[in-house]
Write a protein that binds this ligand. Structure first.
Ligand SMILES: NC(=O)C1=CN([C@@H]2O[C@H](COP(=O)(O)OP(=O)(O)OC[C@H]3O[C@@H](n4cnc5c(N)ncnc54)[C@H](OP(=O)(O)O)[C@@H]3O)[C@@H](O)[C@H]2O)C=CC1
Ligand SMILES: O=C1O[C@H](COP(=O)(O)O)[C@@H](O)[C@H](O)[C@H]1O
Length: 509
């Protein structure tokens, strides 16, 4: 992994290998909003090989021209970098399309023929980069069919790599099944299970912050840390993805993947190197050290909710059950909070409180580390609560940065303490806006660096922990949903989860 870049993020580093990228699901939402704009950004930054081509694959009977127009529109709408006519023209010439049904074996022979032709005519090396940006029910099927058509075996110097989107499985059993299925065709080194959080600069910065600064690591443990809160709060609802979200809910959508990535990076031991497997070994170890929740724990250490209509930024917003694609009596949770403990020497007895939800009061993804209070109250007029002053917040989005809160004397004749904050702001300091994450991950796949992708054992460790929660929830009588208003900080029971421990959520404090 290249951790040398600082002020340019993905803009630095070596360009991707010559390859054909085949997107399965090329007419879909993810391709339009994230993948194509990210590819354009890479092209503009000269990080896409000059010998690159894109083959879109989907069910729609598009002509190649119509598909190209759609992709150019997507770049114009969603690219974060300024448009450059020359780059656009270069990119446009390299876009191809193949129509078909992913379940149809004949489709793969047509795809193979097109890829061979594209490589031949454009002098592109036959490295194939498959991106599965389609419904999860097709993941196993596509890999199997690619194998059958002889499109996955690596020959001589040519590689074949597959990015698999989330959700990777629906539960522990299906995740294991999918891992087994794809491993019948691919080697682990060819599989890139994506979690776009890992592509975010500020998520990678957790490692740099911890392991490049000698002053924090000595206090990064149970002796100094009282508890940790990890929050991924969104103000958006389910937008166009009601159909998918109904089958997932907040727990499956965010916890075993994004939140557990943040948790494992925060708690893992220093890796022996920044090679892919060294980092992933430590992350997996951290996840395996999480205490399994018993059925009683599920009742007392988890909270869930669903939003009803409310107000956000002064505007009325509908409830979850009014969103398109959502059942009017839906029982799907749009908020989840949990208390987890880690059974190892570094973290024993330190609670980790995790929460994520849609339509919450503010958009914020952060890790808040609350240090223990000073052992004695030496100052008159200061109560013990005011000594709870040292808090380190790693803000991942928006306003990416880090802030450290500590106690300072309030000016005046009386010795009184007040909490103050020292703030580092990523954009201010480095004069750049951290990217969405997809640029970095696409480039890493094109250069063969799997550090920021999930390994099979990591995915299974995540599901293993939340499976008992899903099982208990399923067995319980239906919850009284909805139970929190859009624009609030979630249901009352999430606050009670911390209040029982004499603590409270850090809502932007
Ligand atoms: N959208 C997002 O923001 C995010 C999406 N993801 C994941 O990315 C993946 C794709 O999501 P998204 O883009 O939203 O999905 P969409 O439903 O928008 O797109 C699905 C794509 O798959 C194609 N497709 C579906 N069935 C077939 C078939 N039988 N044969 C050929 N093509 C088919 C569709 O083609 P056609 O339209 O021609 O029928 C379309 O191109 C999912 O796994 C999702 O969970 C992950 C994170 C965020
Ligand atoms: O994977 C997903 O992530 C997004 C949140 O990602 P972010 O980069 O905007 O923080 C979430 O909205 C979506 O439901 C989930 O599928």
């Amino acid at each position: 992994m290249n951790l040398n870049g600082t002020n340019g993020g993905f803009m630095q580093g070596r360009a991707g290998d010559s390859c054909v990228m085949i997107i399965f699901g090329a007419t879909g939402d993810l391709t339009k909003r994230k993948l194509i704009p990210a590819l354009y950004n890479l092209a503009k930054a000269k990080l896409l090989s000059r010998k690159f081509a894109l083959v879109g694959a989907a069910f729609d009977p598009f002509t190649a021209e119509a598909f190209r127009d759609q992709m150019l529109d997507a770049i114009k709408t969603y690219a974060t970098d300024e448009l450059d006519a020359e780059v656009l023209a270069w990119f446009e010439k390299r876009i191809f399309y193949v129509q078909g049904d992913f379940r149809d074996p004949e489709f793969y022979w047509r795809l193979k023929e097109l890829c061979t032709e594209v490589c031949g005519k454009n002098a592109i090396d036959e490295n194939y980069f498959y991106y599965l940006a389609t419904a999860p029910i097709f993941f196993g099927e596509i890999v199997r069919q690619l194998g059958h058509a002889g499109m996955t075996a690596e020959e001589c110097d040519n590689w074949r790599r597959v990015i698999i989107e989330k959700p990777f499985g629906h539960d522990l059993e299906s995740a294991k099944e999918l891992n087994n299925d794809i491993k019948k065709v691919l080697r682990e080194r060819q599989i890139y299970r994506i979690d776009h959080y890992l592509g975010k600069e500020t998520v990678q910065n957790i490692m740099v912050f911890r392991f490049a600064n000698s002053i924090f690591e000595p206090i990064w443990n149970r002796r100094y840390i009282d508890h940790v809160q990890i929050t991924a709060a969104e103000t958006v609802g389910v937008e166009r993805r009601g159909g998918y979200y109904e089958t997932a809910g907040a727990m499956r959508d965010m916890v075993p993947n994004h939140l557990f990535q943040l948790l494992s990076l925060t708690t893992m031991e220093p890796p022996v190197s920044f090679e892919a497997d060294a980092v992933r070994d430590e992350q997996t170890k951290a996840l395996r050290s999480l205490q399994m929740l018993s059925p009683e724990d599920v009742l007392s250490k988890t909270a869930r909710g669903q939003y009803c209509e409310g107000q956000l930024e002064g505007e009325p917003v509908p409830g979850y059950r009014e969103e398109p694609g959502v059942a009017r009596d839906s029982r799907t949770e749009t908020f989840v909070a949990m208390k987890l403990m880690i059974d190892n020497w570094r973290w024993a007895d330190v609670p980790f409180y995790l929460r994520t939800g849609k339509r919450m009061a503010a958009r914020t993804t952060e890790i808040s580390i609350q240090f223990r209070r000073a052992p004695l109250v030496l100052f008159r007029n200061t109560d013990i609560e005011n000594l709870q002053t040292n808090r380190l917040v790693l803000r991942l989005q928006p306003n990416e940065g880090i802030s450290l809160q500590f106690g300072a004397k309030v000016p005046g004749p009386v010795m009184q303490l007040g909490p103050v904050k020292m703030d580092f702001d990523y954009a201010d300091y480095f004069h750049c806006t951290p990217n969405t994450g997809y640029e970095r991950l696409l480039l890493d796949c094109m250069t063969g660096d799997a550090t920021l992708f999930q390994r099979a054992d990591m995915v299974e460790a995540g599901w293993n922990l939340i499976q008992p929660v899903l099982d208990v929830w399923k067995a319980l009588p239906p919850r009284q949903f909805p139970n929190y208003a859009a624009g609030s900080w979630g249901p009352r029971e999430a606050d009670e989860l911390l209040e029982r421990d004499g603590r409270q959520w850090n809502n932007g404090g």
